[in-house]
Ligand binder design. Structure first.
Ligand code: AGP
Length: 610
């Protein structure tokens, strides 16, 4: 969701800005723009559409200059258009701003600035920021930005430049991610690491309410009171290739292929030679684990679906009550937080606005927060009491895949550790679970072999023109059905819904007619018979049933019109494996339909606004 890049140095800034913005394309956007200080002029170029439109324009009419800011915009206030694209500038063109987030009191500020003679040319909330900074400008851009921040309500990451202050870029972070890349004789600003990784691995991760003065030869960071803040340099330990397609057609398929490795990387360092789980990095005491009265899981989208798997698994194996909520719902109810409740907050990005708000709300009520996130240094990782990383490597495609399966793995590790400490899982079972978990990465790899992929491609080719699809499952299979359905709708635009199979007769069965595609997830042995009944019910109404199941499910295999087999593992761990065919099916449907798989319409990778 919106991307910011800023550069100050000796290079041609538009090259760095375009290159950086191209690495942020995954975040989702509908227009792009740059502002560059070129001699004593501020040059602004912005275009609706893909970055290429802006790039082509800059080839035709290049802008020289070593200091600039760039932006990819995901529209919130005002439709995608050249006018609404960032940067936004003052009428004089002295000050230019790019912004991620939402200014909640922008109407009030707009009225106020109107009384001071400012006029507006866009429908955005961002334009008020440029005017507000101008309003407070008395010779120092940094001071004007600090003053303006006192009036701004909402979430924002900003990069600001001014003609009158040609030696520095100002960067601000409040509830929206922003990092500073540290170079030699040059420095960078960006929403995310991939944007600057080609130039430097040394990064400052700004905290909320911090303002950075970024010059060619150095960076100074201040808090909102103007007091200097010291930052440790964060060294990025992954390579530029990890954020590139590496020969694959799309990031999504590359990331599906990376799942076995991501699972291994997440698991192996946490299993000792003796076969014990080592969560030392988590630093949660046994006393705390023993005292947990209730677990509350809060997340959005795919991360929520991982949480739902955990609810079934934890309640069954740990006998601890587990509540689960979608973050955007949690934050507007009036939850009761007990002193011994443990909150598990799951977020790939660690920046999702609703999830962060829910986490802060729970924290304020005294909850202990355990974060599961993929992004080291993310807001979630910094504000939680305990952090467990999914070591999946950067996930670029909008559709989350390897983050989901590694989130599941982290949740299973917690289940086993908590079960052992609380005496809910005995030693023999514990050892058996760990042996099986260690086999999971290899089993995941079996689903991504050439033959399995060919079968799924064929199936996608056959079904990609359907208008509606329904996913069915019970218990853990229902949680996977929800995830499979989300994946399919977000990247193929096929209407898809998931139902608990037992709920069919209470309404959804009315939707089934001749050739309706019903995808049934059936991996839970004790529920096979129930699922068989549901398959019979939909088939009796003409449905075409595609079952994702295991060798053991003979009856289901006989009944279904088409089957995709997944390797056997313990029932409790099946979601890690059974979800992979749904990811592949969604991917190949998307490819067949000619959709831009990694950047599906209207979606953003990291949803940093409410
Ligand atoms: C997944 O495919 C989605 N694009 C989306 O649902 C995502 O999982 C959700 O926005 C939460 O993101 P987070 O994990 O970064 O918080």
């Amino acid at each position: 969701m919106c991307g910011i890049v800023g550069y100050i140095g000796e290079k041609k800034s538009t090259d760095v800005l375009l290159d950086g913005l191209s690495k942020l394309e995954y975040r989702g956007y509908d227009s792009a723009g740059v502002a560059v200080l070129s001699g004593d002029k501020m040059e602004i170029r912005k275009k609706k559409g893909r970055l290429k439109v802006l790039g082509d324009d800059l080839i035709k009419m290049p802008i020289e200059g070593g200091m600039g800011i760039g932006h990819t915009r995901w529209a919130t206030h005002g439709a995608p258009s050249d006018e609404n694209a960032h940067p936004h500038a003052t009428a004089s063109g002295d000050i230019a701003v790019v912004h991620n987030g939402i200014i909640e009191n922008y109407m009030k500020l707009k009225d106020y600035l109107g009384t001071k003679g400012y006029t507006f040319v866009s429908q955005t909330d961002t334009e008020v920021i440029a005017h507000l900074i101008d309003h407070y400008y008395e010779g120092s851009l940094y001071e004007a930005v600090q003053e303006a921040m006192k009036r701004l309500e909402g979430s924002y990451a900003l990069a600001v430049i001014s003609k009158k202050d040609p030696d520095e870029l100002i960067a601000v972070r409040k509830d929206s991610p922003l990092i500073i890349g540290l170079g030699e004789g040059e420095n960078f600003i960006a929403s995310d690491i991939p944007a600057i990784l080609a130039y430097t691995r040394n990064v400052y991760l700004l905290n909320d309410d911090e303002v950075a003065r970024v010059r060619k030869d150095g960076v100074d960071v201040f808090d909102k009171y103007g007091i200097p803040v010291q930052h440790d340099i964060f060294k990025v330990d992954w390579d530029v290739e990890a954020a590139e397609k590496g020969g694959y057609q799309h990031f999504m398929i590359k990331e599906i292929h990376e799942e076995p490795k991501a699972l291994k990387d997440t698991l192996s360092p946490r299993i000792t030679k003796e076969g014990e789980i080592d969560l030392k990095n988590l630093d949660i005491s046994h006393r705390k684990i023993k005292n947990i009265q209730k677990i509350v899981i809060v997340a959005c989208g795919t991360a929520y679906h991982a949480g739902l798997v955990a609810k079934y698994a934890f309640e069954e194996k740990l006998r601890i009550p587990v509540e689960i909520d979608i973050a955007s719902e949690y934050r507007y109810r009036n939850p009761i937080v007990g002193p011994d409740d443990l909150y598990i907050i799951i977020s790939q990005s660690g920046e999702t606005a609703d999830t962060m708000a829910a986490m802060r709300m729970a924290k304020k009520e005294g909850a202990q927060i355990l974060a599961i996130t993929n992004v080291v240094g993310s807001t979630l990782s910094r504000e939680a009491d305990y952090v467990m990383y999914t070591w999946a490597g950067p996930e670029i495609a909008v559709a989350s895949t390897k983050a989901y399966t590694t989130q599941l793995l982290c949740l299973y590790l917690l289940m086993l550790e908590f079960g052992k400490v609380r005496g809910a899982i005995d030693e023999l079972d514990y050892a058996a679970y760990i042996t099986e978990l260690k086999a999971i990465p290899a089993k995941a790899a079996e689903i991504i072999t050439e033959d399995s992929i060919k079968q799924i491609m064929k199936s996608a080719h056959k079904h990609c023109t359907v208008e509606d699809t329904y996913f069915l499952g019970r218990n853990l299979d229902y949680a996977v059905a929800l995830e499979g359905s989300l994946k399919l709708k977000e990247i193929s635009y096929i209407h898809s819904e998931a139902f608990p199979a037992g709920e069919l007769k209470h309404g959804p069965i009315a939707l089934i007619e001749d050739n309706t595609l019903v995808i049934t997830i059936a991996t839970q042995e004790r529920l096979f018979e129930k699922t068989v009944s549901n398959i019979k019910e939909v088939k009796a109404r003409g449905a075409y049933v595609l079952a994702i199941t295991t060798e053991k499910a003979d009856l289901i295999r006989d009944l279904a019109d088409e089957i995709i087999l997944v390797p056997e593992t313990m029932n409790i761990f099946m979601p890690i494996l059974s979800v992979i065919p749904t990811q592949l099916f969604a991917y190949y449907c998307s490819v067949e339909r000619g959709i831009d798989v990694d950047k599906p319409r209207n979606l953003a990778k990291s949803v940093t606004v409410e």
